[in-house]
Design a protein around this ligand. Structure first.
Ligand SMILES: Nc1nc2c(ncn2[C@@H]2O[C@H](COP(=O)(O)OP(=O)(O)O)[C@@H](O)[C@H]2O)c(=O)[nH]1
Ligand SMILES: [Mg+2]
Length: 308
């Protein structure tokens, strides 16, 4: 991306333009290096609170977010939601459905966007970190990140958030298994959704036991359908965000910066290394030579990594 374009984006975001904010995040999705200049040009703001909301598909993450966002806005928050669903293509029904459900005219204080694809250079976690940082600089004090499941990707995303909360529901059936498998060592809190459904009480009781044993945060039960527990949850989010903004954990801030710098360095190393070695063309030629058994894979590697 050319410098004048980046200057335009910085100027637009500083004046609160949603269009420029969207363009900036799209640009970073495609190429994380754009974020270097963007973040250098956008003034630091008060720290935003990043809340990760994870859980199996269908557990009610999007429903919950659509209940929470209007209430959080009413309490004076500016809320951005990043929904990460690498499994669903950009045109996927779920993503469009979520977008439609959440963006129902909440005005300037909220922002919704899905990150469905891996960027050209980095991973979803890197892109999420940078998108969240840009949103924070754009004046969003609360950033909710919705991710599916609790696999490796979610662990990575959890590292990019200030707290990661896991949503379980009695319907999904695997809640108790997840708790037994030590999921509370990865997430900070369990929320039990669909407490209008049978089995919710048992699930909540088990979650409470586990949280107690591990000295982890109290689980909270909600029903998006009936509205139970939503106000309590909003109050907990506001309080957690307030505490975080008052005194962000310096270790978390530092380790996030370490990951960000490391990731960007890795991308640069790969790009420079490949350039030195002659790029994709050189690798193709080496592959041809390996397939003709003129050189070994090891020799091909050596010729790439020793290129100066
Ligand atoms: N009974 C009941 N159904 C709910 C509740 N919350 C969400 N659902 C339903 O669960 C389904 C999946 O919800 P969704 O928010 O898309 O889940 P996500 O995949 O985790 O984002 C939808 O049909 C919702 O209407 C709840 O509290 N009670
Ligand atoms: Mg969803």
């Amino acid at each position: 991306m050319e410098d004048p374009e980046i200057t335009d984006l910085i100027e637009g975001i500083s004046r609160g333009s949603r269009r420029e904010l969207a363009r900036a995040i799209t640009a970073v999705e495609a190429d994380e290096s754009v974020a270097d200049a963007l973040l250098a040009g956008l003034p630091e703001t008060a720290p935003a609170f990043r809340l990760g909301l994870t859980g199996a598909p269908g557990v009610g993450k999007s429903s919950l977010i659509s209940k929470l966002v209007p209430k959080l806005i009413e309490s004076g928050e500016r809320v951005a939601v990043l929904a990460i669903d690498p499994s669903s293509p950009i045109t996927g029904g779920a993503v469009l459905g979520d977008r439609a459900r959440i963006s129902s005219d909440l005005g300037e204080a909220s922002w919704f966007r899905s990150i469905a694809s891996r960027g050209a250079t980095g991973g979803v976690a890197g892109c999420t970190d940078l998108a969240a940082e840009i949103l924070a600089r754009g004046g969003f004090g609360l950033i909710i990140i919705e991710t599916v499941g609790v696999g490796q990707l979610e662990v990575e995303i959890a590292e990019e958030t200030d707290q990661a909360w896991l949503l379980l529901s009695p319907e999904s059936g695997d809640g108790i298994q997840l708790l037994k498998a030590g999921v509370l060592e990865v997430v900070d809190r369990v929320l039990v959704n669909k407490c209008d459904r049978p089995g919710a009480e048992e699930l909540l009781r088990r979650a409470e036991e586990m949280a107690h044993d591990l000295d982890s945060l109290e689980p909270i039960a909600v029903s998006c359908l009936q509205g139970d527990g939503i106000d309590q949850l909003v109050a907990v989010i506001l309080e957690t965000a307030r505490k975080h903004r008052e005194s962000p954990d310096p270790r978390a801030v530092r380790s996030r910066l370490v990951r960000r710098i490391r990731r960007r360095a890795e991308q640069e190393w790969i790009r420079r290394g490949l350039d030195l070695a002659g790029g994709t063309k050189a690798i193709e030629q080496l592959a041809d030579r390996v397939s003709r058994q003129e050189i070994s894979i090891r020799e091909a590697l050596d010729s790439i990594v020793s290129a100066r």
